[in-house]
Design a protein around this ligand. Sequence first.
Ligand code: ADP
Length: 490
Amino acid sequence: MTKKINSFSLKFDTDWQYAAAPESSEHVEIKDKYDLFIGSKFVQPKSKKYFETINPSNEEVISKVAEANGSDVDAAVSAARKAFPKWSKLPAKERAKYIFRIARLIQERAREFAVIESMDGGKPIKEARDIDIPLAAAHFFYYAGWADKLEYAFPHRKVEPLGVAGQIIPWNFPLLMAAWKIAPALACGNTVVLKPAETTPLTAMKLAELIQDAGLPDGVVNIITGAGQTGAALVEHPDIDKIAFTGSTEVGKIIQKAIAGTKKKATLELGGKSANIIFEDAAIDQAVEGVINGIFFNQGHVCCAGSRLFVQESIKEEVERKLKARLETLIVGDPLDKNTDVGAINSKKQLETIEAYLKIGEKEGLESFQVKSKLPKKGYYCHPTLFFDVAQSSRLAQEEIFGPVLAIQTFRTVDEAIEKANNTPYGLSAGVWTDKGSKAFNLSVQLKAGVVWANTFNKFDPTSPFGGYKESGFGREGGLQGLEGYLKVE
Ligand code: ADP
């Protein structure tokens, strides 16, 4: 059985941007049940188990997906291993053709991907439409371009693919994270087994259908669904050469322990508590807009979210007033409404986590601000929240909340801003708002973060590397550097 959803009835507009091909389908097809994608076929799980994936905006079941157990993981890894010799020896420009084909097919079905991403994960349709899906296609295009140019990426060096890559991705950018993982792995000649997160498996399964349509050789990409246990079975499988993981720091540590002493290579992209710093010489309105985007984009379910705001004392009153005014205009609600700014929280569990942090703020006696707009009766929603004068020692300033909650602090001098911003176990990103180029450059060197944005935030591009310092992980994804994680370079 397949549900057919007319995307126009979902208030989908025609003001489509650069991602969708003109012939992009208006219909969204979601099956009632998804099997595992192993060896280019959809196969029933040996576990015989399926679990439900729900729409967090209304708590309705969208579909059921297979739960892969150890034997299923083994079957997927075997299929990838079997495909490796042929795929890795294929002339590189032939490999590129397949990857370009995936990119084009994503564009053709961009509309469908965007609607499913929004339904399964709760993100506003305008973000899925304008950011997630176009960027996913862009990643495949970008890495397809590298496939036959690896000798130029690493001149005078010998490069070889690693083998079978096990890839585990989170629920905040499901298709985009699949693209970040699969595209460079294939370009370098590896085969893959990908596991999407348990709350957002549907666009990965759509991608499996698309990969089948693209005619990729059997077993080059395998996609298996399941929760943490499935992920752990993949990590522990002896025939995996590389683990690429994006998710929580907690699970990242478990993975590191599990692979210690094995031949497995790893890249880990973990949590964050990123600083957004506004200096008194900044264009304040622009900075306020960047701060709003930095923390409320994708409901704050962003590992590099600007969840700590540092405001220079002299402009504290103005910035806080403008932030409050901007909060009044944010539309929180139905993710499929194209006017929605902040959609649904991804899961009940995540909503409970965020609410626990709101209580901590209350207990600490912090002043806070929320706009109590009317929220849908069903579904998981959270009002965007500001906390003021947060102490450096507060858990709200130290711990990753992964929700629409901003901790505001102040500083007087540049050195104080740097010291406070770096005073965290994480180091994924930072933002600097200033009129002075020299200040931006100085901070980009001093801030211990993998990405430092100047007068912007949350800007992503396939050509630029992304990754962390400290407990935010290691290895880079994106850009030339993103190839290294999938190659032996001698
Ligand atoms: P969150 O806590 O935000 O859900 P996780 O780090 O738990 O983030 O999840 C990210 C991904 O890691 C998901 O695909 C999840 O199923 C997977 N995962 C969870 N636990 C493990 C584990 N022990 N080993 C491998 N993967 C895991």
